[in-house]
Write a protein that binds this ligand. Structure first.
Ligand code: AMP
Length: 991
């Protein structure tokens, strides 16, 4: 027995002598992963471990040096020569630190019995690990240790052990085994190691549990979290970092192995703060952030500033104001200056006042005008000294109204005749009431009049006629000049001549002999032109004699010295708007000029392509009347419901207008119970759409407003909205067809941009497709443009923006221009090529904004030609001035359509092999099928009766199924090729 013991001790020594490398490595193992929390580490315990052993000659604690010459404690046992070994070693109480599952990592060496010469059957190569849970800090004594008192964790065998090398040396390997113990509930536990006769050195015992380490994500901080007891995930609520607030409660799952999964929800920086490096930092002075929902601090708008950091709004400069309803992103504004150039046109007891908008609108678009009226009694001219002026009271009537006019014109009626009035016109805007300053008015004096008659004397020669007339009464205003208009009788349509004079007579020269001319005279006073009186016809003499007018032939010509008339308006309009000098000798008016008319303070030249915003109309119903045709409801037949719009159902149906063929239409109706505002918003789409006329813009047929429900009738687009259409036909079009669709959309938006219309919500969902694959831009409503779009997200107070489709400058400071439409168009291109894929997939809106700001751009979709992706990237230039214009985009796409080989190089570096586009010279069904490598289906087609290519054009997917062509890939290929055939037959479907 003693001999055995000595032998075992020798072996034990060997065990350690051969272990230096092992110990060096042990020393290097003291850095543990971040997600492991160590409860016990025998290697880093200073001094004796002092674990309990039984019996005394069993496990033995010995000291060895690690590579840093630090003593470390190990337990060893090697009673391999003696039978019936049952040696126990037990740790002290290990607190479980709140974990329900702990891990035990054992590092040990174990000698294999074969390597020990002369070993009897007593030698073992395993040992057992047990544990005992305890609240009290006591454990069952080892002397009587029974397995029932300790729960067995496992029997541990070495996977490496001493092995014999060629040269006879022994090399020791360190074994590492990890076991986990779950379901722990008590304060702590003891670990126990049972040796039944092996030669073991227990170099290290480490007990740890796992946790998900503290982390900050999406501006939320998640605390250290102990993993769950079983394999369940632990849900953890995050806390927003300083100066952030919850957008959606931040949560994350901590997995059993100490890793975080799937962040949900997020925090956003409060108003006045923006995100930087995962923290919320205050806006710098001069910058502000109004709402937590805004991504970044932005520069204070013009005429405002923020002196402090963390500003959530900017303060207006002195003299500038912000109206209650103004968004914080809007520049501060001031009251307008006075209106300019007041003119009056008196027509007896009525006067039309006109003026020009103030030179300085104060930076706002909501300028309105109010008229103040005074009646002046006295002998002198209006406003003169000694005159007594009193407010007009309720006598005069103002049309359309006296206060809050949006037009620069008002008609005042019911004035007293031959009376002096002073009208003061005041310009106001949304901040006028906030300004303590004086009001800005412009005044004009007006004298009402009565018609007077003028005697005209005439003298004639072969080529001249002399006219004379009587000056009107001075009380009708001082005459500035007279205007004489004449034309050759029966030649009125050709030209007429206008002459001016300050005197009351004029000799008109250069006339044809023996020719009758028609003359009219009118006077201009300070108040403007009077009406023409009646016309006088005079004939030049046949011979060159001076014919003095017989007083008996005096003709009475009535000239109204009223303040002003329509002709004057036309002349002024012509000067101001067309920039053309009409001249006094005026050729026959072009139809275009004849239609010159005032529209809301601006003169609109028919044919000039400028869109008029319905909001510029004081009466929105007038806008509808101007731009949309009223349709009699009896001409409409509703057939079925095809969709749902913001205001009600969308149906398809038929429209038959008198003497026109019946057409297929879409009918949008306004649901019952609408408010006035909703009715206006609903019809605004018609007022806008009705101004457009282009093959790639949805065409308005008319409106029904005179009976309920109110309806908007447009052309019918068989294939509905582009996004749904593309998803339904995923992969079925040739790239040329796709480019054709894009070209159509670009042409439509080019037209809009030329009309100065910015769409703001270009997206495949707002493009409609007809039966010929023609794409047309739709969705023009005012409120609905953005409010109705499910993709639109709120950015700042009151504004919604479809983030994924919108240019960064439009998101950041609402700079919506045709260049921002170009950005959106690039996204539409991407949607088309990817067959309706969602831009930026499931990235959150915030992430999209951030990624774009950092320079990220959507990659090329699958099978996307490199030229198209490059065009998209051009549309997504950060600097909007560097983006292409729509006419350039249309030309670029036209070049690609003309030269399809330029589309072959794909963005992923490969070259496109289009096997669906048939050769253009195929003429039989057989040739066609061969050309697309589908020759195996020749019999299928002929058996089904498709013997000509024309018949094939109408084959559908269900027809293919009926023919017995069942493979989805083949169906797709054949249908795609049929579409190419249709295209070859009808090339205009591409635009
Ligand atoms: P909207 O209110 O314009 O968004 O229309 C709602 C839905 O009705 C659209 O998504 C289309 O599916 C359908 N729709 C609208 N206008 C037409 C049209 N002119 N032709 C065919 N379908 C239309």
């Amino acid at each position: 027995m003693a001999l055995h013991r000595i032998y075992s001790c020798l072996l034990l020594l060997l065990l350690l002598l051969f272990s230096p490398h092992t110990l060096i490595r042990c020393g290097a193992l003291r850095n543990y992963p971040e997600n492991e929390v160590t409860l016990l580490d025998s290697m880093s315990t200073p001094g004796d471990l002092g674990w309990e052993t039984y019996p005394a000659e069993g496990w033995e604690e010995i000291s060895v040096m690690d590579e840093r010459n630090t003593p470390m404690r190990t337990y060893q046992v090697c009673n391999v020569m003696e039978p019936n070994q049952n040696n126990w070693l037990r740790t002290g109480l290990i607190s479980r630190g709140g974990a329900q599952r702990i891990y035990v990592e054992l590092k040990f060496t174990l000698r294999d019995c074969n390597s020990l010469p002369g070993m009897s059957g007593t030698c073992k190569e395993t040992f057992n690990v047990y544990y005992h849970e305890s609240n009290s800090g006591t454990a069952p004594p080892l002397r009587h240790a029974r397995e029932s008192q300790y729960v067995k964790v496992d029997t541990i065998a070495a996977d490496e052990s001493f092995t014999q090398t060629d040269v006879g040396d022994r090399v020791m390997k360190l074994n590492t085994e990890v076991r986990d113990i779950g379901g722990l509930t008590k304060r702590g536990l003891y670990l126990a190691f049972q040796d039944l006769g092996a030669c073991i050195a227990l170099v290290s015992v480490r007990v740890f549990y796992k946790r998900c380490p503290m982390v900050a994500l999406n501006l939320a901080r998640f605390a250290n979290t102990v993993t769950g007891g079983d394999s369940a995930l632990v849900e953890v609520r995050g806390a927003c970092v300083e100066d952030a607030e919850e957008l959606e409660p931040p949560r994350m799952f901590c997995s059993a192995d100490g890793g975080w999964l799937v962040p949900i929800g997020s925090c956003v920086c409060k108003s006045g703060f923006e995100e930087a490096d995962g923290r919320c930092q205050p806006c710098r002075s001069g910058f502000y952030k109004a709402s937590a929902m805004d991504a970044y601090c932005v520069k204070c708008p013009p005429h405002s500033s923020s002196q402090q950091t963390q500003a959530s709004e900017c303060v207006c400069e002195r003299g500038f104001y912000r109206a209650e309803t103004d968004p914080g992103s809007m520049a501060c504004t001031r009251p307008p200056s006075a209106p300019g150039n007041p003119t009056s046109m008196v027509n007896e007891t009525a006067v039309t006042l006109e003026w020009s908008p103030p030179r300085d609108t104060g930076g706002r678009g909501d300028v309105t005008y109010s008229i103040h009226c005074k009646k002046c009694l006295g002998t002198s001219r209006s406003g003169g000294p000694g005159e007594r002026c009193v407010p007009c009271g309720s006598g005069p009537r103002f049309s359309p109204r006296q206060l809050g006019l949006t037009q620069t014109r008002v008609l005042v009626t019911d004035l007293q005749p031959r009376t002096n009035y002073t009208f003061s016109i005041e310009a106001q805007n949304g901040v006028s009431d906030l300004s303590p300053g004086p009001r800005h008015l412009v005044s004009i004096n007006v004298t009402t009049s009565q018609t007077v008659s003028v005697i005209v004397k005439e003298r004639r020669s072969k080529d001249s006629i002399t006219l004379a007339w009587q000056a009107p009464e001075p009380s009708d205003g001082t005459v500035v000049e007279y205007e004489v208009t004449y034309y050759e009788k029966n030649q009125r349509d050709q030209n007429y001549t206008v002459l001016k004079t300050k005197s009351t007579s004029m000799t008109v020269e250069g006339l044809k002999p023996g020719t009758t001319y028609v003359f009219r005279v009118r006077a201009r006073t300070e108040g403007g032109y009077g009406n023409y009186g009646g016309e006088i016809e005079l004939e030049t003499s046949h011979e060159d004699v001076l014919a003095v007018g017989d007083p008996n032939q005096q003709t009475i010509l009535a000239v109204s010295i009223a303040g002003g008339v329509v002709f004057f308006v036309l002349l002024v309009a012509c000067f101001v708007v067309s920039g053309r000098h009409c001249g006094y000798i005026k050729a026959k008016q072009e139809p275009e000029e004849e239609k010159l008319q005032f529209q809301h303070g601006r003169v609109q030249l028919p044919g000039s392509r400028t869109y008029i915003h319905p909001h510029t109309y004081e009466d929105p119903n007038q806008a509808v009347r101007d731009f949309a045709k009223e349709i009699d409801v009896s001409s409409i037949r509703i057939e079925r419901v095809i969709g749902a719009g913001e205001f009600g159902e969308v149906c398809s149906g038929r429209l038959r207008l008198p003497s026109r063929r019946e057409i297929h239409v879409a009918i949008k109706s306004l649901k019952a119970g609408y408010s006035d505002q909703q009715r206006r918003d609903f019809l605004s789409e018609a007022s806008i759409m009705g101004q457009f006329d282009h093959p790639n813009i949805i065409r308005l047929e008319g409106v029904v407003t005179r009976c309920k429900p109110v309806m908007i009738i447009t052309e019918y687009m068989e294939n509905g909205s582009l996004d749904t259409f593309l998803k339904k036909h995923d992969g079925q079009f040739t790239v040329i067809q796709l480019v054709g669709m894009m070209r159509g959309i670009a042409a439509g938006v080019q037209y809009l941009s030329e009309m100065n219309y910015v769409h703001r919500d270009l997206a495949a969902r707002n493009i409609l497709v007809n039966g010929n694959l023609v794409c047309k831009v739709s969705d023009f409503g005012l409120s609905r443009v953005l409010e109705d779009d499910p993709e639109a997200a709120y950015t700042t107070r009151g504004g919604k923006i479809p983030i994924r489709w919108t240019a960064p400058e439009a998101i950041a400071y609402r700079k919506f221009t045709s260049a921002s439409d170009v950005w959106s168009y690039g996204i539409v291109m991407w949607e088309v090529i990817s067959y309706g894929e969602r831009p930026y997939w499931e990235m959150s809106n915030q992430d999209v904004i951030k990624a774009i700001d950092e320079g990220y751009r959507l990659p090329a979709p699958m099978d996307c030609p490199v030229v198209l992706h490059q065009l998209m990237l051009d549309c997504w230039e950060k600097n909007r001035g560097e983006r292409p214009k729509f006419n350039q985009i249309v030309s670029a796409l036209d070049r690609l359509i003309r030269n399809p080989s330029s589309l072959k190089q794909l963005a992923n570096g490969t070259v496109w092999e289009d096997t669906t586009t048939p050769e253009s010279d195929v003429s039989t069904v057989e040739d066609w099928l061969d050309s697309i490598k589908m020759g195996q289906y020749k019999d299928h087609f002929s058996n089904a009766g498709y013997v000509t290519l024309n018949a094939v054009l109408y084959v559908s997917i269900s027809d293919l199924g009926k023919m017995g062509i069942a493979l989805a890939g083949h169906q797709k290929k054949i249908l795609s090729s049929i579409q190419s055939l249709q295209l070859q037959q009808n090339p205009h479907v591409q635009v």
